[in-house]
Write a protein that binds this ligand. Structure first.
Ligand code: GN1
Ligand code: MG
Length: 340
């Protein structure tokens, strides 16, 4: 790690690093150097095959903000002494960003006010680029939130995956098939011009929002999966990860309940930040957003279980099956909300 920091020059010679709890894909450290704080991230190059695209995208977005005199706060990477935005090492790509002073992250949404703040921040992020042509951005992970593609990956895993695991999951497979109508709904929506391709974040978990000491949102972080996308990706992943008091790792499914006030907080926060940006059709698709994203995550976990955990990894034997069952339970609970 120390070697990586040397690319950033002498202020980093005596830097100290602390590993922060990370996501499933990237790793994150907090760095203290010369009296200042930074965030160092290792980008998983098996998932992001061309990390330069991330850097290029962030630069395009920063340029747009500059040229439109926007005061939106985008956390751009710090350049190395040679002017690079990424450091390439044998075990991946690294990127350094400033640590926003007096900010904190939270890992579990504990109040609907926090859900509102986070939704407001992700809405404001997309809104800040409403005059920017999103198709100028490069795709950092192809087909990332393409539900048709995720369903196809699931079908492929049924053909080529671990037969023992597949045979033991008749119930889960049936559940996945029962919700296949969401794939059709998704296809018809993306062919509807009222659903606009926007600058979307694609990873709207709560730990990707910076908060101040009084729980007000400051900005969003982790711009790796910023790509052209649909509003329902960002809203859906907030619903998937904020609505229940238990997360995707929970094994006791009785703890998975959907909190309606959190649902309303997400819709309100996102709508307030987007102002008049959303079309009439988009405004009626908030419930779909939740169903779409929860279903896609259930699909992805079950597919990975059949593929011997090659994407998400597993810390115990049937980890990805438990995660898939958890998400199916959430999907079921979500459906009983009857909010449309
Ligand atoms: C991955 O690494 P993390 O936790 O930020 C995944 C998301 C999933 C999430 C499920 C690049 O995100 O799409 O929703 O796991 N990111 C990628 O925990 O695959
Ligand atoms: Mg991420």
């Amino acid at each position: 790690m120390k070697n990586i920091l040397l690319h950033y020059g002498s202020p980093f010679e005596n830097a100290t690093l602390e590993l922060l709890s990370g996501g499933l894909i990237n790793q994150t450290w907090k760095v203290e150097a010369s009296g200042e704080s930074f965030i160092l991230q290792r980008i998983n190059h098996h998932v992001f095959s061309d990390p330069q695209r991330i850097a290029d995208n962030i630069r395009l977005l920063a340029d747009h903000l500059n040229s439109s005199n926007s005061n939106y706060q985008l956390i751009a990477p710090i350049k190395t002494i040679k002017g690079a935005e990424l450091v390439r090492e044998a075990d991946g790509y690294f990127r350094l960003t400033p640590f926003v002073k007096n900010s904190k992250t939270i890992h579990v949404v504990e109040t609907s006010a926090q859900a509102y703040e986070a939704a407001f921040q992700f809405g404001q992020f997309t809104q800040a680029f409403s005059k920017f042509n999103a198709s100028q951005l490069q795709t950092t992970i192809p087909d990332f939130h393409n539900l048709k593609f995720r369903y196809k990956q699931f079908l492929d895993s049924l053909q080529n995956g671990n037969t023992q695991r597949i045979q033991s999951c008749a119930k889960e497979i049936k559940e996945i098939e029962r919700y296949h109508f969401l794939v059709d709904q998704y296809i018809s929506i993306i062919h509807n011009p009222a659903f606009k391709l926007r600058v979307t974040h694609h990873d709207t978990k709560i730990s990707n929002v910076l908060f101040d000491g009084s729980d007000k949102g400051i900005c969003v972080i982790d711009l790796d999966t910023v790509m052209p996308g649909y509003f329902f990706s960002d809203v859906g992943d907030m619903m998937r990860t904020y609505l229940a008091p238990a997360n995707e790792e929970e094994k006791d499914f009785t703890k998975i309940e959907v909190r309606p006030d959190y649902y309303h907080a997400i819709v309100q926060g996102y709508s307030d930040a987007m102002k008049d940006e959303l079309s009439k059709e988009e405004n009626t698709a908030f419930f779909f957003a939740g169903q779409f994203l929860i279903y896609m995550q259930a699909l992805r976990f079950l597919t990975d279980y059949f593929n011997d955990d090659c994407y998400y990894g597993a810390r115990y034997e049937h980890h990805n099956l438990t995660r898939a069952q958890n998400q199916l339970q959430l999907l079921d609970q979500f459906g009983s909300l009857k909010i449309r």
